[in-house]
Write a protein that binds this ligand. Structure first.
Ligand SMILES: C[S@@+](CC[C@H](N)C(=O)[O-])C[C@H]1O[C@@H](n2cnc3c(N)ncnc32)[C@H](O)[C@@H]1O
Length: 207
């Protein structure tokens, strides 16, 4: 298995959102965090030979990270077609030969029904803005119905919510780790040029 550092390097070419939409919480996952999540998933045997679905795929960072680790195929589901146009270009830059299906659609009504072993990876909208609290709930519900294992990135402090949601929906959190990354200013309401974002990543097994 290649190193996490090597994967980070391969993902460094992935371009972010050209015109990020605040309402969709279009924050790109940095390559370091994407490589970390995918590397852990690979070590757990959750990538190779499986179908990997990225919910809210954006410009493809997590989907492409998974594609570089030998899955049977990858599906990137995303509401915003412009983001998927960039994801396609990123696929070309990364140069993976894994079949990737970029699908425009709503994760809350995912137009997918995989029957083979399936892993979901996702950095969903956190619902950090007023009025959008709990936006990640619909993504977790989609993971519960599509996958037998999922990896999801959440706002720090989400552990109780994620564990309770998993327990109520036939799942169990088996691994959790914290990760911080620096987010560059990209929306008018951002007050600082750079902000440290504290996140928590969860592996959930769904029954
Ligand atoms: C935090 S960004 C993460 C993007 C990308 N996965 C990454 O890791 O860089 C969340 C993504 O979810 C998408 N999104 C938001 N609501 C959605 C929905 N209901 N269905 C599908 N995608 C959605 C946004 O457009 C955005 O691309």
């Amino acid at each position: 298995m290649a190193t996490k550092r090597a994967l980070e390097g391969q993902l460094a070419v992935v371009a972010g959102f050209e015109n990020p939409r605040a309402a969709l919480e279009q924050y790109p996952t940095p390559p370091e965090l994407a490589a970390h999540v995918v590397h852990v998933a690979d070590l757990q045997g959750d990538v190779e030979g499986r179908t990997v679905v990225d919910l809210g795929a954006g410009t493809g960072m997590l989907a492409l990270g998974a594609a570089l680790r030998g899955p049977a195929r990858v599906v990137g589901l995303e509401l915003d077609p412009a983001a998927l146009a960039t994801a396609r270009e990123n696929q070309r830059r990364v140069g993976t030969t894994t079949p990737i299906h970029w699908v425009v659609g709503d994760a809350a009504r995912a137009p997918l029904c995989p029957t083979e072993p399936t892993t979901v990876v996702m950095n969903p909208p956190f619902g950090a803005q007023k009025g959008r609290e709990g936006a990640d709930r619909a993504f977790l519900a989609a993971a519960a119905s599509l996958a037998d294992v999922s990896y999801s990135v959440h706002n720090a402090g989400s552990r109780d919510f994620v564990e309770a949601f998993a327990a109520d929906n036939g799942g169990e959190v088996t691994h959790a780790f914290r990760a911080a990354f620096a987010l560059d200013r990209q929306f008018d309401f951002h007050e600082a040029d750079r902000k440290e974002i504290e996140t928590e990543v969860f592996r959930i097994e769904w029954n």
